[in-house]
Write a protein that binds this ligand. Structure first.
Ligand SMILES: [Zn+2]
Length: 436
């Protein structure tokens, strides 16, 4: 018995066939991402039907086949049937970019920021949309470099005259200025495209319909490593891999080599996003910045940056390692936030110990021992008043973690190779022997 090709089952079969063809197209065009493309999990969403003809109606909200962090790609049947296979394939490569570059956990917009007002004065939705565009710019320049231009209306750093090879955090202020200038001319920067929670970390209502499928945190960790190893193998065999992907693979496989630089960048990013993207001093100006000098930048505010250190004192991490690491971390925070930064420390084993307000790392008293539950420490830190901008967790990762991201930005200093930290956190891996 075959399904009616015009009925829902027939449409689903057709959409899955198009997805399979799009995956092959993508793996053929970018062989260095083949294993990533084949790890994507299709989730079908039934289209609304035209009242008179009964034909499925493409919904523009699903134009990008939005992804979530479990590597699910959402195929709304009306859109999937109306989109050419190579265009679907291009979006698959694009979403792999959002996923392995962890745009959801880097997003400056918190899931609960629904319609709230952001420090920079834009509504949460607008900030999320701008972040989505900046993350798209970070991905699309690499695709363009591999002769894979995006469909009409997607962000292209080249077409907008922006420099290539920048991070999404750097593209946000550039796009703000550009959007303002183009808006005065009555033009939009690009189409309003939503790449899903894989881009901005805010869950979507349609995601639950997938039945909870997709990759677990451990699956994702192993997959990313194997993609990076595959890319390095291709480089060794002198196959073509775009430079952006070469850099990504190198960083993914040797994250501890340059951990001080990475930790510094994560702390700087954490403190600048919470302050409303105000600290641009470390960013090199765009080559074309001169073209926009008549445009007033967004108002700058400078609150006192407020950090809480959550320290795993459970006994599996030695005090000698913690002491050296604390000295490094506080020096980085002071370097980023200035001498007036507020610094508190909270030791945690199974339970959080009383919070200590300190000036220097040497002032921190390490108390605790026994089992580990960093959930309790992170929850206590997030609940402190005044509310911290940034929580830095020092741990070997042998602990349960909160399921949902807490409100403050969280950076995890993960000591050694054995532990893990959740997707919603920014992670710097520190060698087992600690700072030397
Ligand atoms: Zn995107």
């Amino acid at each position: 018995m075959t399904a009616d090709p015009e009925g829902p089952a027939g449409r689903e079969g057709e959409v899955l066939a198009r997805f399979a063809a799009a995956r092959l197209w993508a793996a053929h065009r970018a062989p260095y991402l083949a294993s990533a493309v084949f790890a994507l999990n299709p989730v079908l969403i039934e289209a609304a039907l035209d009242d008179t003809t009964g034909a499925p109606l493409p919904d523009p909200e699903f134009r990008a086949f939005p992804a979530d962090i479990r590597w699910n790609v959402h195929l709304e049947t009306g859109t999937a049937l109306a989109t050419p296979v190579p265009e679907i394939g291009w979006w698959l490569l694009h979403h792999v970019g959002h996923l392995v570059r962890r745009h959801a956990s880097r997003s400056p917009v918190r899931p609960e920021d629904g319609g709230g007002t952001h420090a920079a004065g834009l509504a949460g939705d607008e900030r999320a949309h701008r972040w989505n565009q900046a993350a798209d710019a970070e991905i699309n320049d690499d695709l363009e470099a591999d002769d894979l231009p995006g469909p009409d209306g997607v962000i292209s750093p080249k077409a907008l005259g922006l420099p290539a090879n920048r991070m999404a955090e750097e593209y946000v202020p550039m796009l703000d200025v550009l959007a303002d200038a183009m808006g005065r001319g009555g033009k939009a920067l690009a189409d309003a495209i939503d790449c899903g929670s894989a881009a901005d970390g805010r869950p979507r209502t349609y995601e639950d319909s997938g039945g909870g499928g997709g990759l677990s945190e451990l699956d994702r960790e192993l997959l990313e490593r194997s993609i990076a190893v595959g890319i390095q193998d291709r480089i060794s065999a002198r196959s073509e891999v775009p430079s952006g992907w070469q850099r990504w693979a190198g960083e993914r496989l040797a994250p501890t080599v340059n951990w001080r630089a990475r930790l510094g960048a994560l702390i700087r990013r954490g403190l600048s996003t919470v302050a409303g993207n105000t600290d641009f001093s470390h960013r090199r100006p765009s080559r074309r910045a001169g073209a926009y000098t008549d445009i007033v930048p967004p108002a700058l505010v400078s609150p006192v940056p407020d950090t809480v250190l959550v320290i795993d004192t459970s006994g599996s991490v030695t005090n000698a390692v913690l002491d050296r690491l604390l000295a490094e971390v506080t020096a980085i925070i002071t370097g980023v936030a200035g001498p007036n930064r507020r610094l508190r420390a909270l030791c945690c084993d199974m339970h959080p110990h009383p919070v200590q307000t300190v000036r220097r790392a040497e002032d921190i008293r390490l108390v605790g021992g026994g089992g580990t539950d960093m959930r309790a420490g992170i929850e206590a830190a997030a609940g402190l008043r005044p509310r911290p901008d940034l929580v830095v967790v020092l741990t070997d990762g042998q602990t349960p973690w909160p399921e949902r991201r807490p409100r403050p930005h969280v950076v995890v200093c993960l000591i050694g190779d054995d532990g893990h930290a959740p997707d919603w956190a920014a992670i710097a891996r520190i060698p087992e022997e600690g700072p030397t």
